[in-house]
Ligand binder design. Structure first.
Ligand SMILES: Nc1ncnc2c1ncn2[C@@H]1O[C@H](COP(=O)(O)OP(=O)(O)O)[C@@H](O)[C@H]1O
Ligand SMILES: [Mg+2]
Ligand SMILES: [Zn+2]
Length: 508
């Protein structure tokens, strides 16, 4: 008998429909799967056999042929196991030969157990788009699939349950999307009010958060750079529903969604160690997986101790930072992962850490300082809109009981600044000042006469590069948004130029 079942495969961020055709006929005992299966799918034969015996059904004595269509698409992974099992049951007459508008995805374990797979969210989205009414997924992915409404989601833990349901013996409950519970993470405990003093660094962080700018913190060891960076997520605006789905999708594809909490509702903060590989940072592998930069999508990628990172690894970041997506090409196809992030980096100014410090004396030679800075290429430094010198706080400030302004207060101003940007960029794909392309700068950065005068003066005095010139305007626009100015005023330019001291100070 012949039967057809629907399933889905995954490549990069994209699901694609796969049809499993099964035929059971007389003849020599044989069990074959065609349609470009990789080794994993071949192994699924053994798992399907084991699943069949787990429900005490004798395996067909004759020929069992399976085909995964379309045949010209390379398929990998084990998400087709359940569909292969279901198709076999249909072809054997155990199940009705047509299962209406359903897809089956999931990996079989031994004994008919069903194991979780990656990318169930994007598969369910596609299922809905294609008019599929029911999706059968591994129980551990059920909550994730249920995020998509308008599709019935059934979580299965073993094939026995699946058969009982499809035969009408015992109906599986429809999975429901659990209400988003706040993740108890460092996020919830950290607050910018913990940081004493540091007026300028706090202002820099606020401006960066307001406009989505990349920011570099430079200062002596113990000055509080890591402390500041770790608190950035607490002042970022809440994620929109769209952003939540995008980021959740990446975690789903990477198989990194927390099991009990299928939606990523807090902006990610990723802080890879400096030993991270290029593939770990931007993504890679034979079946390309997203890297840290994509896991930070719609959030923050923090590179602490920037000069410790491998220079060539850092260079690979440049293109994705600019394009806000990573493209990974493989023989099997091209995967594109989004990576719209704020890059935050921290570093000491020199090997001993005290170059430029008002208190401690730097013991490094000018050559050593230059070599240390040289570990980071100019083009990468250029990706940071704000350079902030973080000076150690004075003892009095540290010892004082007076707390700094809380993250909640700052976040309100940032939310208001982002509202202005939303209006400004309505109808475009830009959503924050940092994303303004240089050729549109004059369109968006309205600047009054006094501000233009100051900008010109600064430009002439410091011999600014064209890049720096446009960066300052974008940062000034974020200052204006924070202060509720309708256009860039003189004070906004003045504030923005405070965060470009880096080149003149360290690079001669
Ligand atoms: N401004 C500050 N307010 C309160 N504590 C601070 C401040 N700066 C530094 N500290 C303390 O010093 C420790 C070291 O700071 P850290 O952020 O690790 O410094 P860095 O990354 O610059 O080397 C922090 O854990 C914190 O306890
Ligand atoms: Mg640190
Ligand atoms: Zn030094």
């Amino acid at each position: 008998m012949f039967a057809i079942t629907n399933s889905m495969g995954l490549f990069g961020m994209n699901a694609f429909p796969v049809t499993v055709e099964a035929e059971v006929s007389r003849g020599h005992q044989q069990f074959d799967i065609s349609g470009l299966p990789d080794a994993g799918i071949k192994e699924s034969r053994d798992r399907v056999r084991s699943a069949v015996s787990s429900v005490h059904i004798p395996f067909p004595k004759g020929r069992v042929l399976m085909n995964l269509a379309p045949a010209d698409v390379k398929k990998s992974g084990s998400s087709f196991d359940i569909a292969i099992f279901a198709a076999l049951m249909q072809a054997m007459g155990v199940l009705p030969d047509r299962l209406p508008e359903s897809i089956f995805v999931g990996e079989l374990g031994l004994n008919g157990m069903v194991h979780g797979i990656h990318g169930v969210l994007t598969m369910t989205m596609l299922a809905k788009k294609n008019g599929i009414r029911s999706v059968f997924v591994p129980a551990e992915n059920a909550a994730e699939a249920a995020v998509i409404d308008g599709v019935d989601v059934y979580g299965i833990s073993n094939v026995g349950e699946l058969l009982d349901h499809l035969l009408g013996h015992q109906t599986l409950p429809k999975a429901e999307c659990p209400a988003p519970v706040p993740i108890v993470s460092a996020d919830n405990i950290l607050d910018l009010s913990d940081v004493r003093g540091q007026k300028k660094a706090r202002a820099g962080l606020e401006i960066a958060a307001a406009g989505g700018h990349n920011i570099l913190l430079v200062g002596a060891p113990g000055s509080g750079k890591s402390m500041l960076a770790n608190r950035l997520p607490t002042i970022l605006p809440e994620m929109s529903r769209e952003e939540i789905l995008e980021t959740t999708n990446i975690y789903s594809v990477a198989g990194q969604l927390p099991k009990d909490h299928p939606l990523i509702t807090q902006r990610p903060f990723r802080s890879p160690h400096h030993t991270v590989s290029a593939a770990g940072l931007v993504g890679g592998g034979s079946i390309p997986a997203p890297g840290e930069i994509s896991l930070a999508h719609n959030g923050v990628l923090f590179l602490d101790e920037l000069p410790e990172f491998d220079r060539s690894t850092l260079e690979i970041l440049r293109q994705p930072l600019e394009n806000r997506e990573v493209t990974i090409s493989r023989a099997a196809g091209t995967a594109v992962y989004p990576c719209s992030i704020m890059l935050v980096a921290a570093m000491n100014p020199c090997p001993c850490g005290y170059y430029g410090s008002p208190k401690n004396k730097c013991i490094c030679s000018p050559k050593q300082v230059a070599a240390y800075m040289g570990k980071i290429s100019g083009p990468l430094l250029d990706r940071f809109d704000l350079h902030v010198d973080v000076d150690p706080v004075a003892y009095e400030a540290l010892a004082s009981k007076e707390k700094g302004e809380s993250s909640a207060q700052i976040r309100e101003r940032i939310a208001a600044a982002r509202e202005r940007q939303k209006k400004r960029f309505q109808g475009t794909s830009i959503y924050c000042n940092a994303m303004i392309p240089d050729h549109l700068l004059s369109e968006y950065c309205e600047i009054d006469e006094a501000a233009a005068f100051l900008l010109k003066a600064v430009h002439e005095r410091y011999g600014m590069s064209a890049r720096t010139y446009s960066r300052i305007q974008k940062v000034a626009l974020s200052c204006a948004d924070l202060h509720g100015h309708d256009h860039i005023e003189r004070s906004d330019i003045a504030q923005a130029t405070q965060f470009r001291g880096f080149e003149s100070k360290y690079l001669h």
